[in-house]
Design a protein around this ligand. Structure first.
Ligand SMILES: [Zn+2]
Length: 85
């Protein structure tokens, strides 16, 4: 049997799914004890988290690639770039 490691996007999606469930339960509890407006706010937060989880899978971060000139990964060192030009 082979084991498969999750990608970062899949891990984030699992974390966010747990958060969605917790937020939805909290919102339902608030509605049950008579706080309908707060319940709507928490439901809205749960929807935002759902969309974030969806985006993690559908539109993942671009693959990290070091710059060929300055070897920066997330941002370039522009002084190194200007020296190269
Ligand atoms: Zn660069």
């Amino acid at each position: 049997m082979t084991t498969r490691t999750f990608t970062l996007a899949e891990l984030a999606q699992v974390d966010l799914a747990v958060r969605i469930i917790a937020l939805t339960e909290y919102a339902d509890d608030l509605a049950a004890i008579g706080y309908p407006l707060q319940s709507r706010v928490i439901h809205h937060k749960a929807q935002l988290v759902y969309r974030a989880a969806r985006a993690e899978r559908l539109d993942p971060e671009p693959r990290l690639a070091p710059c060929g000139i300055c070897h920066g990964v997330r941002s370039c060192d522009w002084t190194a770039h200007q020296e190269a030009l």
